[in-house]
Design a protein around this ligand. Sequence first.
Ligand SMILES: Cc1ncc(COP(=O)(O)O)c(C=O)c1O
Length: 444
Amino acid sequence: MKSKKSRNRPGPEAKKWVKRDHCVISKSVTRAYPLVVDSAKGCRMTDVDGFEYLDFTSGIAVTATGHCHPKVVKAICNQAKKLIHMSGTDFYYPSEVLLAEALCRLAPGRMKKKVFFTNSGAESVEAAMKLARYATKRPYYIAFTGAFHGRTMGALALTGSKTLHKKGFAPLLSSVIHAPYPNPYRPPAGLSAEQTVDFTLEWIQETAFKHLVPGEEVAAIFVEAIQGEGGYIVPPKDFLKRLAQLAKSYGILMVVDEVQSGIGRTGKMFASEHFGVVPDIMTLAKGIASGLPLGAIVAKSQVMDSWESGSHANTFGGNPIACEAALATLELLENGLIQNAEKIGNYLLDRLRNMQGSHPLMGDVRGMGLMIGIELVKDRESKEMAIEERARIIQGCFQKGLLILGCGQNTIRFMPPLVLTQKEADAGLDIFETVLSEVEQKRG
Ligand SMILES: Cc1ncc(COP(=O)(O)O)c(C=O)c1O
C-alpha cells in the first residue's frame, strides 16, 4: 500500500486527536486502533498525518457505494439545498415515499409490503419487536446465540454474541429465548455440519417449546441471514427456509435482520434471497444510505397494517437527505455494484482459500459477496481459538495501511465498500498475507 510515509503509524497529529478524544468521548465505545480519519474516497482513506489506507471495513459495513461516491454526494447536496428536515412522522415529502416504494419493490416476495423508517439498526430492531408484538398479541421472542441485533434495551435482550454487551445492564426483557445458531464450522459435539440445522430446529421444538415458552405465545423469531458480529457465520443452505416453515406452523413471525447482510453486501440485494426466504419483517440500516444515518423495516402489509396511527413513530426517521442518499445508493447498487460485490467477493474467497494451504492460522474461510470471515485457530484439529494472534494481525494490518476489524472471538471480517476493484482486493490481501506470515513466524 503506497503511503506518504511508510512507518510510525499513528503519526503525531493522530496521537494528538486520540488524546483529546479520550478526554471528551465516552469510554464505552470500542476503538480498534488509533486511526484518525481526515478524508476518504472509494475504498481509500487518508488520516490526519497524511497516511493512506485501504478500507476493508466500510465503517462497519456502511459505505456500500464507497466513501463519498460523487452521485451520493450530489444527491445529498441537492436535497440539502431544498429541504433538510420536516419529520416523516407528521408530514409528507416525496423522497420518503419514493424510497419506500423502491424498498417494497426490491424486498423479497411479491406480496404488498410497507415500510417504517428509523435512524439505526437497533432502532429498526426495536420497531420490529414492537410490530411483532402488536400484530400477534403474543409476548415472547426467539433469537440465537451469537446474534447481534443492537444495544438498545429491547434489541440488547435479543443480542447473544458477547456478555460484555450485557454486563451491568440487567434486567433486560425476560421474554427472549436464545436457540443455538447452526454453525457448520463448530457443530455441537458429535454432530456433523449437515446435522446442525436438525439440531437447532429440534432444540426449538423439543426444548424451547416444551420446557421454556409455549410456541403459540411466541410473537417472532429474530434471525440474521448470515450472523455478523457473532463471527460472519454462514448457516447451511436449508436453515432459513426450514426455520420459516417451523415459524409458520406456530403462527410466529419471521424477522430477518439484514442490517449488516442487506443492501447488496452479499452479492444479492438481500442475503435472504440466497436462501429463498421471504421474511414477514426485514430490518435494515447500515449500507442503506451509504453512510447517512437511516434504517428501515419492511414488512408484509398484512403485518404492518395491524398497528394504528400514533402507535409507533419517531422524529428523524426517513430524513429527506438520508432518503435521497439511499435512492442514489440503490440506483448504484442495481446498476452494477451488486454484481461487483459477487465478482470481487468470489475472487477474494478463492484467493483466501488458496492461502489457507500455506497458513495454518486460517481455520475457516467463509462468506458471501463482500461479507467474508476468516476464523483463526491455533490448531486446525482442536480448533483452539487464536485470539491474541487475531489482535496482532489487526494491529499489524493497520500499521501497513489495511483497515480490518474482528467479529466473534477469533474471526477477522472483510467488509469493504462494494466498489472494491480486483487491484485493491489484491493490494489488501497482500498486506493481510504479509502480516499473517509475520504473526505465524513469531509464534514459531
Ligand atoms: C445484524 C445487526 N443488527 C443490528 C445492528 C445494530 O445496528 P446499529 O449499530 O446501527 O444500532 C447491527 C450492528 O452491527 C447488526 O449487525
